[in-house]
Write a protein that binds this ligand. Structure first.
Ligand SMILES: [Zn+2]
Ligand SMILES: [Zn+2]
Length: 264
């Protein structure tokens, strides 16, 4: 059985654990090493069973604890070529770290196979990941993208579990306090995915065989978990798809304190 446990998920910190058969990987280390240790411990995930860390991009909300966490536990770090360059140039990673660029073909690690795909975001080379676990479950993680490109869509279809960004409600963002340049950035093709854009993708994924969704990377200022949830549920119901029969859907907590996880 594969386990997907969102540890942190918001505009201020992101990290997801994916495991099966007693070992696993982390996608991003977006909270401090101390917070990561506490939250992994609260979720009964033994750090010694983490085989690798995969980074999506170099923005702080994805790497805040990376340097200390990866060096403290000697865990190998993988990232796209552009992200790895950015992490080395900023001093987040140095030659004392175990780190590698992940190729387009992906890599096998501890019985799982991890393949990156490009997102559309304003960092050096942002990627999402599809993880095929040792028990042959497919899990996709796609956050930090301005829109769902064909590349992203083709990576998500057929996955058992999809973690998808549902960052903001467009009206809350437009009417909110953010400065104009920031609103423009978030709404652009290299910004973040709205609740509406996220919801639009879900029925196609259910038709392709996806049964479990985790809505992720919600903005604290421009979204409300219930609103993200309702936008996606309404869209799926409009397509005649029934919750708990055709699909399961949850919103990743900002910090996982209630051992919320998805099993597949
Ligand atoms: Zn970002
Ligand atoms: Zn982010």
């Amino acid at each position: 059985m594969a386990k997907v446990c969102p540890l942190f998920s918001s505009s201020s910190g992101n990290s997801i654990y994916v495991g099966s058969g007693g070992s696993g990987i982390l996608i991003d280390v977006g909270s401090t090493a101390k917070q990561m240790e506490m939250t992994l411990n609260n979720n009964e995930i033994d750090i010694s069973t983490i085989n690798a860390i995969f980074i999506t991009h170099e923005h702080t909300d994805h790497i805040k604890g990376l340097r200390i966490f990866a060096s403290r536990y000697g865990i190998r770090v993988y990232a796209s070529e552009g992200t790895m360059r950015a992490l080395i140039e900023s001093g987040e990673l140095t030659n004392k770290f175990k780190c590698d660029v992940i190729s387009k073909k992906g890599i096998e690690i501890g019985g799982a196979y991890v393949v990156p795909f490009h997102n559309s975001h304003d960092a050096e080379e942002t990627v999402g990941y599809v993880i095929r676990t040792s028990d042959d479950k497919k899990i996709a993680i796609a956050t930090d993208t301005g829109y769902i490109s064909d590349t992203i869509h083709n990576s998500l279809i057929g996955c058992d579990v999809v973690v998808l960004e549902s960052n903001h409600d467009i009206n809350m963002l437009k009417n909110g306090m953010y400065p104009y340049y920031l609103k423009k950035r978030i709404l652009s093709d290299v910004g973040h995915l709205s609740n509406e854009a996220c919801a639009n993708e879900l029925p196609k994924l259910v038709q392709s065989g996806t049964t479990r969704f985790i809505l992720a990377h919600l903005s604290s200022r421009n979204n409300i978990p219930e609103l993200a949830y309702q936008t996606s549920i309404s869209m799926l119901e409009d397509f005649g798809m029934k919750k708990d029969i055709d699909f399961q859907l949850c919103v990743a907590p900002k910090k996982n304190e209630k051992r919320e996880l998805v099993l597949v």
